[in-house]
Design a protein around this ligand. Sequence first.
Ligand SMILES: *Cc1c(COP(=O)(O)O)cnc(C)c1O
Length: 390
Amino acid sequence: MISAVLPTYNRAPMAFTHGKGCWLTAEDGTRYLDLGSGIAVNALGHCPPELVETITEQAQKLWHVSNVYRIPEQEHLADLLVENTFADTAFFTNSGTEAAELAIKMARKYHYDLGTPREEIIAFDGAFHGRSTGAIAAAGSEKMTKGYGPLMPGFKQLPFGDHEALKTAISDKTCAVIIEPIQGEGGIRTMPDACLKGLRDLCDQHGALLIFDEVQCGMGRTGRLFAHEWAGVAPDIMMVAKGIGGGFPLGAVLATEKAAKGMTAGTHGSTYGGNPLGCAVGAKVVEIITDPAFLSEVNRKAALFRQGLEGLVAAHPKVFDSVRGQGLMLGLKCVAPNTDVVKAGYGQNLLTVAASDNVIRLLPALNIPDVDIAEALKRLDATATAVEAP
Ligand SMILES: *Cc1c(COP(=O)(O)O)cnc(C)c1O
């Protein structure tokens, strides 16, 4: 008999009742060190006091009003994002998938309004942009699309990081290129800075819009507010979600004025998107993460963690192959099957997340205390030892 909850997930058996910082407490009282953070969602850890205060305060004032009205909390969050990024404007959603939908619509509308409609959007192998019909068509993998056809037309996938293939594929018919500066689900695969620059140039040459999907790699995860800042190139449109709500469902599309030109009154909307509760929390998260002192701490912690991980790789060559990623968006490329490593981690009360390319992801809270980094390394060491045991 089918379970009451639609069985679309391969779930681990633990269930948690409480969280504090980087720690989760299971129903049986066992405490787990959480290096997954709800897949880069709990950017400030579980139940951070500042956000508990913000959400409680806002919950006593106003939760939801329709976008029929002005929403000052939404305007405040938009102002913060515009002040701190390439963007001139922001639209709020409840998820990354919804952000992907708008990014695609915005790009198509831009060209349509120029009087030269363009259909083709270039995406990359290993990409993940969400689970809507549009987002799965963009990513194109069989795993996500099988059985759901006909897919939304107009997408083309290229090998990740193959500049020559891109140069051949892009043309004056290309509507947009969509890419994660660091692939998350794809296995913490980083697009080199030079490739992002080259991509920007190609888009400019052909009048195509550049869409960055920073749903996972954004919001301070790499040690800058957004990952693309490291490369010194800006997109025309960017998708944000996960970390921006600190655990509250919130997403956004940020865009330049030029790219957003077609999005006039009535062309897009959302019932929940940009509600006062989510935006109050989001604004607090953005205020905290944009503090240069906070980001420099992320980089210091990341260097500390990474150094320890390099040591682990050297100590356990039969389990780990290498460390990858940037900031606190880290991956351990495994030699042993990554799912075995994740499972062995559960045995050490340690939570990590598997990704493609035989990688386990380490996405701790951005404010992870140094002692928890040390504890994480200890438990990863014990995890590797357990995997090695005959
Ligand atoms: C998680 C993710 C999404 C989808 O976000 P949802 O909130 O699950 O809809 C899109 N893009 C990337 C890069 C992601 O990691």
